[in-house]
Design a binder for this molecule. Structure first.
Ligand code: BDR
Ligand code: CA
Length: 304
């Protein structure tokens, strides 16, 4: 059983990732930290608490950064709705699970206190993780790996070449990619093939309580345009933790463009070694869509 910390901005695909991670018998979610991203910090934190209450799981939650390191904040409410999780009427959660510590201090404590190295799983902008690595570099000794959802070897979804989580806070992303920690980038190359179609969604509807909740969120995800498939971005990071065999992975050098005139926030993935730099990341370049679908459905069947 692998101890992990999930740093998240729920977010409809974050909600799905959290469901799968929290019900997996192979993952021990020690802490959930929240980060402004899909919507503002208060909303994403509330969403994390709503989900935990819905799942009846008692994982501590710590609030992270309410804005990027340098850039002005952006959001993705066009995709996830103004609440960040439009489509389901959640019960109002209490604040019982909310820690007094902020995300950075809570991560520091959980990592340093853990007997086994912790895997960090950021599925939102990387502000909290960058702050953690700068404030408490000693955590690096007890981090097993960072498995992040973000980036792309090619085109983007927030800019021509930039993926949302990296584009939202490129300076933070650069710090994380330059951290020298074992790092896995699970980005758009695989997210764009991890698709849920209307017929899959109909199966979720009658699967269990969680499946039904996700089905309802899907009616609002990206304005409900499901015909071409809904992208399960954040769930691919969890898939990598649990079933890496479904991915094609390449060891390579990745950096983040900060000053491009058109490409700021893009991950420069040097697959052909033009830059002559040592590898600093494993990049998921492809995924078996059938294996993903099977894993996705089987994982959600384990939920309540
Ligand atoms: C990422 O952006 C967010 O909107 C999603 O939750 C995911 O983490 C995909 O680019
Ligand atoms: Ca996310």
């Amino acid at each position: 059983i692998r101890p992990i910390i999930i740093d998240t901005d729920p977010g409809i695909d974050d909600a799905v990732a959290l469901a799968i991670a929290l019900y997996s018998e192979k993952l021990d979610v020690r802490l959930i930290t929240t980060i402004a991203g899909n919507v503002g910090l208060d909303k994403v934190t509330k969403n994390a608490l709503r989900l935990l209450k819905f799942f009846n799981k008692n994982v501590p939650v710590a609030l992270g950064a309410d804005r990027p390191l340098i850039k002005a904040p952006i959001d993705a409410s066009d995709i996830h709705g103004s609440t960040g999780m439009d489509g389901f009427d959640f019960e109002e959660p209490t604040e019982d699970l909310v820690l007094k510590e902020n995300a950075v201090n809570a991560m520091h404590r959980v990592i340093m206190d853990s007997k086994e190295p912790i895997t960090l799983v950021p599925i939102g902008p990387l502000t909290n993780i960058a702050l953690l690595l700068k404030m408490y570099p000693e955590v690096k000794e007890n981090i097993a790996e960072i498995v992040l959802m973000g980036g792309s070897t090619g085109r983007g979804n927030a800019g021509v070449m930039a993926e949302f989580n990296i584009f939202a806070d490129p300076e933070a992303a650069k710090i994380v990619f330059q951290s020298n920690l074992p790092l896995v980038m699970v980005g758009l190359d695989v997210g764009w093939k991890a698709l849920v179609y209307p017929e899959d969604s109909e199966q979720l509807k009658v699967m269990n309580q969680t499946g039904n909740m996700i089905y309802q969120l899907f009616q609002k995800y990206r304005g409900g345009s499901m015909k071409t498939g809904l992208k399960m971005y954040d769930a691919t990071a969890i898939a990598y933790l649990l079933e890496p065999e479904m991915f094609q992975v390449v060891d390579t050098f990745v950096d983040v463009e900060l000053n491009g005139s058109m490409t700021t926030g893009c991950t420069v993935v040097d697959l052909k070694g033009y830059l002559g730099k040592p590898n600093n990341a494993k990049v998921c370049v492809d995924i078996d869509p059938q294996m993903f679908k099977q894993w996705f459905m089987d994982s959600l069947k384990k939920c309540n």
